[in-house]
Design a binder for this molecule. Sequence first.
Ligand code: G3P
Ligand code: MG
Length: 261
Amino acid sequence: MNFSWHNPNFKPIIIAHRGSSASAPENTIASFLKAVEDQSDAIELDIRISLDHHLIVIHDKSINRTTNGRGYISKLNLDDIKRYDAGSWFDPQYAGEKIPTLSEVLNICKGKVGINIEIKAEADNRTDAILVKNCLSELKRYRNNDDILISSFNKKILEKIREENSNISLGYLYDPIHNYLRNPVKQTMALGAGYLNVSNRVVGKRLVEEAHDVGVRVGVYTVNTLNQLKKVVQFNVDAIITNDPSRTRQMLEDINKKAPK
Ligand code: G3P
Ligand code: MG
């Protein structure tokens, strides 16, 4: 697998959102392995920092929705986080699945699929600085990180990453509900980010053209229905972030078959 975010060579690429999260519990090793099996081009995962500064792969601030435990990641140590079951809430067949660390996901998936690490910012700058530092030092274990994209809604996080690493691919996330931006394309360029990953809510032909004019690629999340997919394909987007990569690939093939040559 030689996937490179700098030069994906084809489009749109299909990114499994929190892994193949329609078929397996989100942000678990099971969902990432399913995404590899589904022939996704890349996986997307969310990271947060635990009380003892481990990088934890989870979307929400707390473990309440996706495990049988309760509590905030920022208030729990890794050992505590590992005690809980992160699979049963989704389906009993996934009982025993644990919340993974970034290191565990990289050990298993790196080299098999592109990886989009979404950094979820904490409330305070000091903790965010540790999160960025630990994430970059984790990636230093690898000789080649062309298959890694670091994305965030948080501009300061991306600025910090760019300060420390001039080469890693960055993605700026945009949804007006989280971070209203007057000019998302300009801001993406200013960050030195190659990707602007936007919500379904805001993607449009003009935005994609404007991005392409300045060499920024556009991803869109979360695309799960045929109608959404038809719409974003028309806009010529570069990446589709979906909970069901296998179905999305099938739908894409059907759309392309029907398109006039
Ligand atoms: O990377 C796109 C998407 O994951 C951002 O939204 O809330 O699913 O992390 P969310
Ligand atoms: Mg995410």
